[in-house]
Design a protein around this ligand. Structure first.
Ligand SMILES: CC(C)(COP(=O)(O)OP(=O)(O)OC[C@H]1O[C@@H](n2cnc3c(N)ncnc32)[C@H](O)[C@@H]1OP(=O)(O)O)[C@@H](O)C(=O)NCCC(=O)NCCS
Length: 209
């Protein structure tokens, strides 16, 4: 199945999800790429990564853009030439992009046991108490996604998931929460929305107004 869905996250922010079931060749022949993107694609070690990259380009087409409208800054953050904000994530079978009139950070993470094992290294594990094993994994993965998303909004060197980004506690049913970034002697707040897509967690962070 190609384009899975387009969802409005708010009045000016869209999530586009591509489920990658095509072959590399089919995806490759469906997109036009800049030379710099062809070189990047060529340098990727796994076909899965290549397909994720191409899936993003297919999603750009769905939104009326092409690879030629996208560029990256020196930290690797993607930008659109028309000034609209974009955030990109790909993981195994899925590519996602979020397009918005405001700065956003998005992340897609597959549910895997390792994330739960690593939880003490990146989150407040009291937020996992009193949950079933399955929900501990789901919540730890959401928190990981929250921290990746905040990192993607800020795009600043030196931000540590454990030491600088603090999630408020939340219930999995809420599909939203708040988070603080305490970095460089300032505290910033972000609003988070999250959801589950098959065995994946999707998270998007917005700067608090
Ligand atoms: C850059 C980073 C956020 C990418 O996340 P990821 O989960 O590995 O991969 P994702 O598929 O979700 O995201 C990759 C996309 O993020 C985007 N991206 C890369 N660097 C970025 C940055 N500095 N800011 C915003 N977006 C960025 C790119 O679009 C990239 O995809 P593309 O190059 O194919 O277009 C991540 O690797 C990273 O560096 N995290 C912070 C480092 C850290 O603190 N790690 C853990 C400490 S405990």
């Amino acid at each position: 199945m190609p384009l899975l869905r387009i969802t409005a996250l708010n009045s000016h922010t869209q999530l586009l999800v591509w489920k990658i079931t095509e072959t590399f060749e089919a995806l490759f022949s469906s997109v036009a790429l800049k030379d710099v993107s062809l070189a990047r694609l060529d340098g990727m070690k796994s076909e899965s990564h290549q397909k994720g990259f191409l899936g993003v380009r297919r999603l750009l087409m769905e939104a009326g853009y092409t690879d030629f409208d996208l560029y990256y800054d020196e930290f690797g953050k993607p930008h659109l030439k028309d000034g609209r904000h974009i955030s990109i994530s790909h993981s195994n079978d899925f590519s996602v992009i979020v397009l918005s009139e405001e700065n956003i950070g998005a992340d897609l993470e597959i549910l895997k046991e390792k994330t739960l094992k690593l939880a003490p290294r990146f989150m407040d594990i009291s937020h996992l108490h009193h949950l079933s094993e399955e929900d501990r994994l789901r919540k730890a993965t959401v928190v990981w996604g929250i921290k990746e998303s905040v990192f993607k909004i800020k795009n600043e060197v030196g931000i540590s998931f454990k030491d600088h980004i603090f999630e408020d506690d939340f219930n999995l049913e809420d599909r939203q929460c708040g988070v603080s970034l305490q970095f460089n002697n300032t505290t910033e707040r972000f609003d988070i929305v999250f959801d589950f897509i098959e065995d994946y967690v999707f998270v998007c962070a917005f700067e608090k107004k």
